[in-house]
Design a protein around this ligand. Structure first.
Ligand SMILES: Cc1ncc(COP(=O)(O)O)c(C=O)c1O
Length: 394
C-alpha cells in the first residue's frame, strides 16, 4: 500500500522557486507550465521535513560541522543502495556536485587544456569548462532510435591528445537517461587509464534508476581508477532537496583528496548549510521507502508519457529512461526549424521545457521534459505539447 501521496498538487508560487520565478527570464513569460529545471513538485520525505523542523526550533543557526553522523549516513546509504563500501575519510562535503567539477578543472588541469564531455549533456558541463578557459571537447553520443551509446573510437582519439586532461562523465546521463552498463564503464576506465585522464564522475542521479535498471558506481566497479577518479553525489535530486546546497565528493586516493581539499578551502566552499546536513542525514537514514515509492510513481509518469505519445503523436521519438526523471523528447519528425519548435512550445503550448539546444548541437529538434510532478500536471503538459503538434501537423 502506497504511503506517500505524490498526486497532491502543491502551490509553489511565492516560494522563491527557480523553476517558477525564472520563467519570465528564460521563456519571456510567466504563463508556461513549468516542466523544466530538475527539481520535483513533491514534498521532501516526512523524515527530512521533521528533522528540519526540529532543528529549526532550536533557533540558533550558527556555523556548523558535519561529523560522523553525516558521513556515517553517507557510508550506509552507499553501501545499502549501491554496494559501495567506503571509508569515512574519503568523503568531502561540497555545496553542490558541480563544485567538484569546478575544483577538479582548476586543480588538475591548466588553462587551454582539454576537457572531454559527452554530448548532449547537462548545460553547465559546457559552460563550466569554457568559463574556466579550458578547451571543450565534445564526445558525441551515438543515437539509434532514441537509444544512446558511447562512441568509444572517437573517445579514444580525443583522449589520446596530450592536451586532454579530464573526462567529465554523467552517470546516469542527463538528458539521455542512460544508466551506463558494466561493459561501457570498463571501456571508459581503460581509455582514461591508457591516456592518463582524470575522471569527474557525476553520479547525482544514481539513486533514480527506473524499470529495474541498476546504477553501477564507476569507482567501485573499477578500483584501478582509484588515483584518478572523483565521484560527485548528493541527496538533492533523490529527495528533492536541491535548495539545501548539500553534496559530497568521494575520493579514495589520499593525494588526490588532499589536493581537492586544498582547493575546496582556497575557494572557501567547505562550510555548508546547517539544514543541508540535517536533511542529508535524515534522508539517507530514513528515506529508502519513500524513494522506492517515488521511483514507482516516476515510472508511472514515464509510462503515461509513453502511452500518450503512442496514441497521439507516435512520430515523437521517445524511449523509457533507464534513470532520472528527465525525458528527452525527439521532435525531429515534425520537420520544423528548431527555433520555431522552441517558440511554439512557449507561445502555443504554454509549456516550459528545457530547450534541446542548450545541451549541445545534438539537441536540435529535442526538448527535455521533467516528469517529477503529479500525474495530472504531466497529463496537462502532454495535452499542451499535443496542441503544438496540432498547430504544425494538420
Ligand atoms: C548531471 C547533473 N549534475 C549536476 C547537477 C547539479 O548539481 P548541484 O546542484 O549539486 O551542483 C544536475 C542538476 O540537474 C545534473 O543533472
Amino acid at each position: 500500500m502506497a504511503q506517500y501521496n505524490f498526486d497532491e498538487i502543491l502551490e509553489r508560487e511565492n516560494t522563491d522557486a527557480f523553476k517558477l520565478e525564472l520563467r519570465k527570464f528564460f521563456f519571456g513569460t510567466d504563463e508556461v507550465l513549468p516542466l523544466w529545471v530538475a527539481d520535483m513538485d513533491f514534498k521532501a520525505p516526512p523524515a527530512v521535513i521533521n528533522a528540519i523542523k526540529e532543528r529549526a526550533q532550536h533557533e540558533i543557526y550558527g556555523y556548523t560541522i558535519r561529523d560522523s553522523k553525516f558521513t556515517g549516513a553517507i557510508q550506509n546509504w552507499l553501501s545499502s543502495q549501491h554496494q559501495w563500501n567506503i571509508e569515512e575519510s574519503w568523503v568531502k562535503f561540497i555545496p553542490g556536485v558541480l563544485a567538484s567539477l569546478v575544483i577538479a578543472i582548476n586543480e588538475f588541469s591548466e588553462e587551454e587544456d582539454r576537457v572531454i564531455i559527452q554530448t548532449p549533456v547537462y548545460p553547465p558541463f559546457h559552460s563550466i569548462v569554457k568559463e574556466n578557459n579550458r578547451e571543450l571537447v565534445q564526445n558525441r553520443l551515438i543515437e539509434t532510435d532514441g537509444y544512446y551509446t558511447i562512441d568509444f573510437e572517437l573517445l579514444e582519439k580525443q583522449a589520446s591528445n596530450p592536451k586532454a586532461k579530464l573526462f567529465v562523465f554523467s552517470n546516469p546521463h542527463n538528458p539521455v537517461g542512460r544508466a551506463w552498463n558494466e561493459e561501457e564503464l570498463k571501456k571508459i576506465a581503460d581509455i582514461c587509464i591508457k591516456h592518463d585522464l582524470l575522471i569527474v564522475s557525476d553520479e547525482i542521479h544514481s539513486d533514480l534508476c527506473l524499470f529495474d535498471h541498476k546504477h553501477i558506481v564507476l569507482a567501485n566497479l573499477c578500483p584501478e581508477l582509484k588515483d584518478r577518479i572523483i565521484t560527485g553525489m548528493a541527496p538533492s535530486k533523490t529527495f528533492n532537496i536541491a535548495g539545501l546546497s548539500t553534496a559530497y565528493a568521494v575520493i579514495e586516493d589520499n593525494k588526490l583528496r588532499t589536493r581537492f581539499d586544498k582547493r575546496l578551502s582556497a575557494y572557501q566552499m567547505y562550510m555548508g548549510n546547517l539544514f543541508g546536513g540535517v536533511a542529508l542525514t535524515a534522508a539517507y537514514n530514513e528515506g529508502a521507502e519513500w524513494l522506492s515509492e517515488l521511483k514507482t510513481y516516476l515510472e508511472g509518469n514515464a509510462l503515461l508519457v509513453k502511452e500518450f505519445i503512442n496514441k497521439n503523436m507516435p512520430e515523437v521519438g521517445f524511449v523509457l529512461p533507464e534513470a532520472t526523471y528527465l525525458l528527452w523528447l525527439d521532435f525531429r519528425k515534425w520537420n520544423i526549424p528548431h527555433a520555431d519548435l522552441k517558440k511554439a512550445m512557449i507561445e502555443i503550448g504554454k509549456v516550459g521545457l528545457n530547450d534541446g539546444l542548450s545541451f549541445g548541437v545534438e539537441g536540435d529538434g529535442f526538448q527535455r521534459l521533467n516528469i517529477g510532478s503529479p500525474k495530472a500536471v504531466i497529463q496537462e503538459g502532454m495535452e499542451r505539447i499535443l496542441k503544438v503538434r496540432n498547430h504544425f501537423i494538420k
